[in-house]
Design a binder for this molecule. Sequence first.
Ligand code: URA
Length: 236
Amino acid sequence: MTSSSRQLRARARQILETEFLFGSTFIPNRFRTISTPDEKSIVNSKSREQLLESLETRFCSVFPLSESLESAIRPVFGEGAPHADLMFVGEAPGADEDREGRPFVGAAGRKLDDIIKAMGFTREQTYIANVLKARPPENRAPLPNEIADHSPFLVEQIKIIQPRVIVALGGPAAHFLLDSTEPISRLRGTWGQWKCDERSIDVMPTFHPAYLLRQYTSEVRNQVWSDMQQVMAKLQ
Ligand code: URA
């Protein structure tokens, strides 16, 4: 083997190792065979924040509220840390969220804030979203076609944020994320997996904070707290 081909091989190995270690597509210019950047390098160069912003813009242009869920005042896309390890997913915005354009800001949201605080986190350290990105009229349950329309945006949010754990708040979120129809009372407390493409993320289903407020018994409180303790242990 000539010394120049040895050098080339060593360089190629170095590049492969860099890709493996950092997940980056580090390709020196002289190895490029195409002159325009490929899609992956464009995605890599954008921050998660920018990706979430453009996803929200895309949602608003694809589903103008004047045409779908026309009684909603504004979209409630989701908020929080783009690199959050912990993500909460609820069902759909209610009246308070619709007014403010932010998820979980009403009574159920204040209870969720208490839960997050008790877990030792701040709300800002987490990411909070819903399956539906706009309020259904009179808070009715989301229709299957609405879930089918909006949920691809939740899937994209999860792919961008890449949380270590997702907490599914209530039946509709758990059913969507776990592809299950079991009642939440049976699902809660047991780890499930959100699977998409090659990815898989741990999901802890638990009762919705609105249910907790309605059934404020020590039994339900203990159940939710024991679910969250499992989440805390997983994140340690
Ligand atoms: N309930 C939900 O499921 N989501 C919200 O954002 C508020 C209440």
